[in-house]
Design a protein around this ligand. Structure first.
Ligand code: NAI
Length: 332
């Protein structure tokens, strides 16, 4: 690959830069903190490739501008690609590659951390003890052992989550349009969505966001769930109809809610907004519930995952920019 090929990295954070530089020290990087939007797309001028993340906008109008600027390749440094208009990219001759698998355990472990934290109310206990308040009132949890968890999506992350929860002694109910029973532990069985909703004490989402799965968890789905169900979403915000979920929190249908992703997260996550007013009233309402735990899309954020993401992204860029076959290229 010609080392003169310039790669503009959008939505760069200091950790991205250090891991990407370590993986591709010979590449000509341009690191920009700005997300890729219609207002920032011109910053890709002079680059043959852009490297983007989950909330960068790769809709048709932006892809057209990228092509006019001479950008030929897009390297996603993430697994999900719901933010890319792939049909338009292919029509424009822009090749797109992603990082399909990088430490699924990173996301699975964060998902289980959210379950444990919510159940045992660690977020409250942490503050109480620092305030010399050792009362246990309000911290009562339940044993995960013997409970039933419903996993929606049993790909790499769903399987890693299943392995951990099997170890906890939970019963596993799974739903996936492409079942893979051989990859799951013995306590798992595939059921239809209605059965999963009806019988699960904990429900965790591990499927991609597609037109079919958009607002999968809506009012009708919530109505089928157990009263007081724990719902965890470490997948994509658009899988959940947030307003329906707020109603379900108010009616106590949802007892515990853990979100690492949020439908409108592009305006919030990965930034320090601590000095600003947050205008998103739906998000603000979510924060008022004591039984809601939100993290800012950090499930992937381990050293192992960042190292793998960077190495695969650099390998993808080398293949794309050399005109070689790229195993991680997204086809139409
Ligand atoms: P994967 O491609 O290995 O597995 C996805 C599974 O979901 C497949 O088995 C597929 O058949 C299934 N599926 C598709 N549509 C479905 C539906 N409507 N209902 C149930 N299952 C369905 O993907 P992987 O690596 O397990 O990742 C899953 C999702 O996790 C990604 O699409 C991404 O959105 C999210 N993710 C979140 C991260 C975070 O930091 N919070 C990091 C990485 C991924």
């Amino acid at each position: 690959m010609d080392s003169q090929f310039q790669i503009t990295v959008f939505s760069n954070q200091p950790y991205d830069e250090s891991f990407l530089r370590a993986a591709g020290p010979d590449l000509q990087w341009r690191f920009l903190p700005q997300p890729l939007t219609i207002d920032t797309v011109q910053l890709a001028t002079g680059s043959c490739a852009v490297c983007v993340f989950v909330n960068d906008d790769l809709s048709a109008a932006i892809l057209q501008q990228l092509q006019q600027l001479g950008v030929k390749y897009i390297a996603l440094r993430c697994a999900g690609f719901n933010n890319v208009d792939l049909a338009t990219a292919h029509r424009l001759g822009i090749r797109v590659a992603r990082v399909p698998a990088y430490s699924p355990e990173a996301v699975a472990e964060h998902c289980v951390a959210m379950m444990l934290c919510l159940n045992r109310k660690l977020h409250k206990a942490y503050n109480r003890v620092r305030d010399d308040n050792f009362s246990l009132q309000g911290l009562l949890g339940f044993n995960l052992h013997g409970k039933t968890v419903g996993l929606i999506g049993t790909g790499r992350i769903g399987q890693a989550t299943a392995r951990i929860l099997h170890g906890f002694g939970m019963q596993l109910l799974c739903f996936d349009p492409q079942p893979n029973p051989a990859a799951l532990p013995p306590s798992a069985r595939y059921v239809d969505l209605a059965t999963l909703y009806r019988d699960s004490d904990v429900i965790s989402l591990h499927c991609p966001l597609t037109p079919d799965s958009h607002h999968l968890v809506n009012q009708a789905a919530l109505a089928q769930m157990k009263n007081g169900v724990m719902l965890i979403n470490t997948s994509r915000g658009g899988l959940i109809d947030t307003k329906a979920v707020i109603d379900a929190l108010k009616s106590k249908k949802i007892g515990l809610l853990g979100l690492d992703v949020y439908e409108q997260e592009a305006d919030l996550f990965f930034k320090d907004l601590s000095e600003e007013m947050i205008a998103d009233e739906v998000f603000q309402r979510l924060l008022t519930f004591p039984n809601v735990l939100i993290t800012g899309h950090q499930a992937f954020f381990t050293q192992e995952a960042l190292s793998q993401i960077s190495q695969i992204t650099v390998a993808n860029l080398r293949a794309l920019c050399s005109g070689d076959v790229c195993a991680n290229e997204l086809k139409a």
